[in-house]
Design a protein around this ligand. Structure first.
Ligand code: NAD
Length: 254
C-alpha cells in the first residue's frame, strides 16, 4: 500500500503503454492496484507491458489500436469495459515526432503529426469522457511536452499540438468541473526514451541538454508515474485544469 486513495481496482485506459513513459506509467498504475487497458499501435510493445504487469501480479489487457482511428478506439474501449467495467481514469500518453525545421516540413508531415498528437488524444478523450460524463466520475491526465509551453526548434507542429492539448484540457476541465471529472496535464522535458533517441540520432542534443538542465540529466520514464498516479487518485480530487512540468528545472513556470 502506498496510500494513494482511490486507485485500487480503478479501470484506467492508457495510450502509448507499449514503450517509454507510457510503459513506466502502466507498470506503476498496476502496482497501485489499477486495472490497466493499454492502447498502442505497437501491438507487441503493448503485449510486453501487459505480460510484465501480469508477471508482477497486476491486471492489464493490451489492445493493438491506432489512436487516429476513432472507430478502432471505440471498439477497444468497449472491449476493455466489457472485461473491467466502466473507465474511471484515462492517460493520454501516445505521441510521435520527427525532427524537422518548419520551413523544411510539408502539409503531409503536418497532418501526420497533428493526427497522432492532437486528433488521437481528442478521439480517445471523446470516447472515454462521454461515458465518464454519464457516470459523473473520472480523471484524465494527458502527457503534453514542454515543447508546447516554451517552444522547441525542429518541433514546431508537434509543439503546436502539445500546446493545443494544454488549451483543450483546460477548456474541457471547465466544462466538466461540476460533473465530477478532472483533466490535468503532465508536461515532460527531454526524456531518455526511444522517441528521443530517434530525434537525437547523433547524441549531440542529449549532451547539450545535460549541461543546460539544472538537475544535470535528461528525464527518465520513471520520473513520471508518481505524478500521474497522484493526479488519477482521490488525493487530487480538487485539482483540475493544471499543467505540471517534469523537466529537472529546465523550464520553470509561474
Ligand atoms: N521523450 C521525450 O523527450 C518527450 C518529451 C516531451 C514529451 N514526450 C511525450 O511523452 C509521450 C510518450 O513518449 P515517449 O518518449 O515515451 O515515446 P515512445 O516512442 O517511447 O512511446 C510512445 C508510444 O506511443 C505509441 N504510439 C505512437 N503513435 C501512436 C498511435 N497513433 N496510436 C497508438 N499508439 C501510438 C508508440 O507505439 C509507443 O509505444 C508522448 O506523448 C511524447 O510526445 C516525450
Amino acid at each position: 500500500m502506498t496510500g494513494l486513495r482511490g486507485l485500487t481496482g480503478m479501470p484506467v485506459v492508457l495510450t502509448g503503454g507499449g514503450s517509454g513513459i507510457g510503459r513506466a506509467i502502466a507498470l506503476r498504475l498496476a502496482d497501485e492496484g489499477a486495472r490497466v487497458g493499454i492502447l498502442d499501435r505497437d501491438a507487441s510493445g503493448g503485449a510486453e507491458t501487459e505480460a510484465a504487469i501480469r508477471a508482477a501480479g497486476g491486471v492489464a489487457s493490451a489492445y493493438g489500436v491506432d489512436i487516429t482511428d476513432y472507430a478502432a478506439v471505440e471498439a477497444a474501449v468497449e472491449a476493455f469495459i466489457g472485461v473491467e467495467g466502466e473507465v474511471r481514469g484515462l492517460v493520454n500518453c501516445a505521441g510521435w515526432d520527427v525532427a524537422s525545421d518548419f520551413l523544411d516540413s510539408d502539409p503531409e508531415l503536418w497532418r501526420k503529426v497533428i493526427d497522432i498528437n492532437l486528433v488521437g488524444p481528442l478521439n480517445v478523450t471523446k470516447v472515454v469522457l462521454s461515458r465518464m460524463a454519464r457516470a459523473e466520475a473520472g480523471r484524465i491526465v494527458s502527457i503534453a511536452s514542454d515543447a508546447g509551453r516554451v517552444g522547441s526548434s525542429g518541433e514546431s507542429v508537434y509543439a503546436a499540438c502539445k500546446g493545443g492539448i494544454v488549451a483543450f484540457s483546460k477548456s474541457v476541465a471547465r466544462e466538466m468541473a461540476r460533473r465530477g471529472i478532472s483533466l490535468n496535464v503532465v508536461s515532460p522535458g527531454p526524456t531518455d526514451t526511444p522517441l528521443f533517441a530517434d530525434f537525437d540520432a547523433s547524441g549531440r542534443l542529449a549532451k547539450a541538454l545535460e549541461r543546460a538542465i539544472p538537475m544535470g540529466r535528461l528525464a527518465r520514464p520513471d520520473d513520471f508515474p508518481g505524478l500521474v498516479a497522484f493526479l488519477l487518485s482521490d488525493e487530487a480530487a480538487f485539482i483540475t485544469g493544471q499543467t505540471i512540468s517534469v523537466s529537472g528545472g529546465l523550464t520553470m513556470h509561474g
